[in-house]
Design a protein around this ligand. Structure first.
Ligand SMILES: [Zn+2]
Length: 322
């Protein structure tokens, strides 16, 4: 008999208020109202979408943790006899493939009791509405991401906001905002939220412990911490922004991390290891989070140096609705 996770009892009242859109007004952009996407399975078209969405055979990462995503976009299933947790949803057109992967492993999407999100972009959040239509489970996301999920559009202070390349997606119901360090539970599962803003304001990484017999490993689903933006955006323009980004990277480096999984599969080389026949210990690298963090900090340093070497860009005008 499955038990339902009463997630609302696990988040502070202030976070619930944020999830309802009662705060974070500064990030709201009246020029861009909520999405008009009504069909949660309507495909999003982008340059990389077809390549990302190629089917990928599901596989066990360790113990109760399984890869159920598509070729280029991770979706991760953590199972328990009392219900499962699913992290990220890929694109809208990924949802059917994620569901098929669960079925191939002998699990049911209807038994997912909690969805989690790394960050509020269409290639990770776009499939959530279609998945939730089957699971009817709540979605937990880093505090600022909750508003984006409810509206189906990115936040106005997203570094890529004005690029015009952040597609809207179907809004998500039952959104719960989580704070740094919160532990979310489904039956015996306990998954910790680590707020890692930078790539987006709501970026969040997730950690949990999986055990097979007496052997337990610390697993990490690290959010994208890639300092990319639309052309006119400068990370150095807002006080504290670079420091916040660097702190998130430092947090990633310090996580308990035996197995690293990333939202874009290539960042953790997990798929390469699996394609090469890697299983079990081949996927374990206790230095993986530190190594990824070092590479990301280098990217951030290069980005900051480039911005400081160039004249400040003209202030952006307010982005127009689309
Ligand atoms: Zn992104």
């Amino acid at each position: 008999m499955l038990t339902f996770c009463f997630l609302c009892a696990l988040v502070p009242a202030s976070a619930c208020a944020t999830a309802r859109g009662e705060t974070r007004a500064a990030a709201d952009d009246p020029a861009r109202p909520g999405t008009t996407v009504v069909d949660p399975r309507a495909p999003i078209r982008c340059d990389s979408c077809d390549a990302w969405n190629q089917p990928h055979a599901p596989f066990q990462i360790f113990a109760n943790t399984y890869y159920v995503g598509v070729e280029g976009l991770t979706a991760l299933l953590i199972t328990s006899p009392e219900g499962h947790v699913l992290i990220d949803g890929g694109l809208p057109q990924s949802a059917a493939r994620v569901e098929e992967s669960l079925r191939a492993l002998g699990f049911r999407l209807a038994d997912v009791k909690l969805h989690l999100l790394t960050h509020e972009h269409y290639d990770h959040a776009g499939g959530l509405a279609a998945l939730q239509a089957v699971s009817h489970a709540p979605v937990a996301a880093g505090e600022p991401a909750a508003l984006a999920l409810q509206r189906g559009v990115p936040l106005a202070d997203d570094p890529q906001y004005a690029s015009g390349k952040l597609h809207p997606f179907a809004p998500v119901a039952q959104v719960r905002a989580v704070a740094d360090g919160e532990v979310l539970r489904v039956g015996p599962l306990a998954i910790t939220a680590h707020r890692t803003p930078g790539h987006t304001p709501g970026g969040t990484s997730w950690t949990w412990r999986s055990c097979e017999g007496a052997r337990c490993l610390d697993l990490v689903f690290a959010d994208s911490l890639n300092p990319i933006s639309e052309n006119g955006f400068r990370f150095t323009d807002a006080p504290g922004r670079v420091e916040t980004f660097a702190a998130a990277i430092a947090k990633l480096a310090a996580l308990p991390c035996d197995v690293l999984v990333t939202g874009h599969v290539g960042a953790s080389a997990l798929a390469d290891k699996v394609a090469a026949g890697g299983r079990g210990d081949a996927l374990v690298n206790p230095r993986a989070c530190m190594e990824l963090a070092a590479a990301l900090q280098k990217k951030l340093d290069e980005r900051v140096a480039k911005e400081r070497a160039s004249a400040p860009a003209l202030r952006r005008t307010a982005p127009s609705a689309r």
